[in-house]
Design a protein around this ligand. Structure first.
Ligand code: NAD
Ligand code: IPM
Ligand code: MN
Length: 350
């Protein structure tokens, strides 16, 4: 009811460049016109004002139907921008405050797209899986500290927080997604052999939820071995459910084997819809190529498709995917197009 509202956070580095293309494509693909509000959060605002995410801005963002984010974060080791200020204070704060407990990261090797994987690996089957990464707990909660900093006796801890409530809900979401996919398979990736406290909780709840889904095939792989299979037999994955940090790492590798980080989209989803979900590329602000129109906006554009799908516009989302697929098939190897040219080409197909 009413005009749907979109909070747009272009952010830093290539964030604004790729977000402009995602909006360009949303504009033509969406069956509804969004009322968008732009929020100038990120490094520039922090450096100018010291503000990262004021409570009043968070309260405003919360009132939107969805959020589109580019990327946040500055250059590594910038003395004016201590690590984590924006990552923790802006990105993770949004994920935690808006209860984005499902960090949804689909990986598909679109036909015709180059993969660094060898031909015999690609022959094993279609690469089409989705990582359901827990988004509000694990080692990301900021639970830890440092003692005797700067001395030879320094001790630093980052305690991983895993609650039965948090683990169960993300596992349930993974099974519900598997039920809707042709292969109906869920793989739990963890490190139950070493992280025995968290591992035992994850394993027990995984078994418990699995028992309620007799038609879903289950599998368990330790995180280290999962990295082997990701490059030797990625076709074995369908839905992967995992902890926040493992999921972060898995999804950069998953992107690398399916056409590169420039294609990987994600949704920070609040499945209960108690707050807006947020859609963003898996990649970061890429300071090494920022401001040069060199970034591939495809990941941001596909994140826009996930956003439309979340808001109930499945056909429009599929149309964006089809336009991207067509564009990828025609991308000449070695050819370079400007960020805006890629956005124009995809928009023109819609
Ligand atoms: P990154 O993803 O920004 O870059 C890694 C490499 O991938 C770089 O070589 C970059 O040029 C390339 N790359 C990334 N996106 C690309 C695109 N669309 N097209 C072409 N090439 C692309 O990761 P990083 O270098 O580890 O992090 C840079 C900054 O971004 C850090 O401050 C980090 O904290 C932040 N970060 C933010 C997010 C986010 O906002 N969701 C995600 C990851 C990293
Ligand atoms: C990502 C990023 C973030 C994460 C950082 C920037 C907080 O790497 O979205 O994958 O670790 O989740
Ligand atoms: Mn990451």
């Amino acid at each position: 009811t009413g005009t749907p509202t979109l909070a747009v956070i272009p952010g830093d580095g290539i964030g604004p460049e790729v977000t402009a293309e995602a909006l360009k494509v949303l504009e033509v693909a969406s069956p509804v016109k969004f009322e968008s509000t732009r929020y100038d959060l990120g490094a520039e605002r922090y450096l100018a004002t010291g503000e990262v995410l004021p409570d009043s801005v968070l309260a405003e963002i919360r009132e939107h139907d969805a959020i589109l984010l580019g990327a946040v974060g500055g250059k590594p080791n910038d003395p004016d921008l201590p690590p984590g200020i924006l990552e923790r204070g802006l990105l993770l704060k949004l994920r935690f405050e808006l209860d984005h407990y499902v960090n949804l990261r689909p990986s598909r090797l679109f036909p015709g797209t180059a993969s660094p994987l060898a031909e015999p690996v690609l022959q094993k089957g279609e690469i089409d899986f989705v990582v359901v990464r827990e988004g509000t707990e694990g080692p990301y909660t900021g639970n830890g500290g440092a003692l005797r900093v700067g001395t030879p006796g320094e001790i630093a801890t980052e305690v991983s927080v895993n609650t039965a409530y948090g683990v169960e809900r993300v596992i349930r979401d993974a099974f519900a997604r598997a039920e809707k996919r042709p292969r109906k398979k869920v793989t739990l990736v963890h490190k139950t052999n070493v992280l025995v406290n968290a591992g035992s909780l994850w394993w027990r709840l995984f078994e418990q939820v699995a028992a309620e889904h007799p038609d879903v095939t289950t599998d368990y792989i330790h995180i280290d071995a999962a990295m082997i299979f990701m490059v030797t037999d990625p076709a074995r994955f369908d839905v992967v459910v995992t902890d926040n940090l493992f999921g972060d790492i898995i999804t950069d590798l998953a992107a690398a084997i399916t056409g590169g980080i420039g294609l990987a989209a994600s949704g920070n989803v609040n499945p209960d819809r108690t707050a807006p979900s947020m859609f963003e590329p898996v990649h970061g602000s890429a300071p090494d190529i920022a401001g040069q129109q060199k970034a591939d906006p495809t990941a941001a554009i596909l994140s826009g498709a996930l956003l439309l799908d979340h808001l109930g516009h499945a056909a429009a989302a599929a149309a964006i995917e089809a336009a991207v697929l067509a564009d990828l098939t025609e991308r000449a190897p070695g050819a370079t197009r400007r960020t805006s040219e890629v956005g124009d080409a995809i928009a023109a197909r819609l």
